[in-house]
Every structure is written in C-alpha cells, then in structure tokens.
Design a protein around this ligand. Structure first.
Ligand code: S3P
Length: 177
C-alpha cells in the first residue's frame, strides 16, 4: 500500500489534515519540517537566518532520501511548502506515496497563517506578508500542479478534506476503527 504525501503552500492545512488521515488509518505521521528541526537541533527560522534558504532546501532533499531508505509501513508525510521546488525531489516524493497537494485561496491562506510563528518566508508587516503570499503562490503554481491530485481546502474542515482524500484514493477500506 502506498503512503500519502501532503504537499502545498503554507497554511493549506498539511499538518492538521495529515494528523486526521493518520488517526483514521492508524498510520504513523511524519512532518519533514519537524524531522529537519530535530536533526539540525534548531528552528526553521534559525536555519534560514544562520545557514540560508539553500541549505534548508538541501536538508529537505536529504530528509526525503532518508525516508526512502527506512523502508517502513505506509504512512502519512506532511512536507514544507517549498519541497515541490526542487525537480529532483519529485521522484522521491512519488516513491514515498501518492502526492496530494492541498490548495487554498490567497486570502484564506493569509488568515490561516496570521498568527503563526517560525515561517521565515512570511515574516514582516501584514502588507508584506500578503504580497509575498501572492508572489510565491504564483511562482509555485506550476510546481504544485505536478501532484497526483489537487485538493481544495477552502471552506472545508480537516475531517471533510480527509474524507475526500480517502475516497479519492479508495482507502476507506483501510480505515481501522
Ligand atoms: C516553507 C514552508 C514551511 C517551511 C519553511 C519554508 C516554504 O513549511 O518548510 O518555512 O518554502 O513554503 P509549512 O508549509 O509547513 O509552513
């Protein structure tokens, strides 16, 4: 059975939907940002400020490679919003499972990320954050569209989104109650 890999822009709900899926399937859930923080021993913001974004991107690829070799049971993996940018990450993502991209409108994203910390790409004044969301979404649109399936999360609860994903990949039969 293939795992479920959640990609998508910051604030599209990858972590919360991932937890919902993992709890229904009784699968493990991993988050590449959390794994990187543990491995590096520092926050994402510190990695960006002390080492730079390119180093963080190398860490992301390294994490996908490490996940490829640990040969575990199927699991849910939520990823950082920029993991789709490196072309060579795609074969790794696809090997780990179905790649599902969660999407949301820019204004919905803006509201969801409003109070979040540790997102260096969305630091700044509300106007700066708004501008950056629109710009990055546009720049990344093509990369997100490479996913096996795009799932709209506007106006939907994590439970509803999980229902849709499980139905789309015929996984209802795998739910352990
Ligand atoms: C990033 C998204 C973040 C984190 C880092 C960079 C991005 O993860 O990986 O701040 O480039 O979109 P979330 O999408 O989980 O916020």
């Amino acid at each position: 059975m293939k795992g479920l890999i959640l990609v998508g822009f910051m604030g599209t709900g990858k972590t919360v939907v991932g937890r919902e899926l993992a709890s229904r399937l009784k699968w493990d859930m991993l988050d590449t940002d959390d794994l990187i923080i543990t491995r590096a021993g520092k926050s994402i913001s510190r990695i960006f400020s002390e080492d730079g974004e390119p180093v963080f991107r190398v860490m992301e690829t390294g994490m996908l490679e490490a996940l490829m070799t640990d040969n575990m049971a199927p699991r849910v993996i939520s990823t950082g919003g920029g993991i789709v940018l490196a072309e060579n990450n795609w074969s790794l993502l696809r090997n780990l499972g179905w790649v599902i991209c969660l999407t949301a409108d820019p204004e919905v994203i803006r509201q969801r990320v409003g109070t979040a910390v540790d997102r260096p790409l969305l630091a700044g004044t509300p106007e700066e954050v708004r501008g950056r969301i629109y710009k990055l979404l546009q720049e990344r649109q093509e990369a997100y569209a490479k996913a096996d399936w795009l799932c709209d999360t506007n106006q939907r609860t994590p439970a509803e989104i999980a229902d849709q994903i499980l139905a789309r990949f015929n996984m209802e039969g795998s739910i352990n109650v």
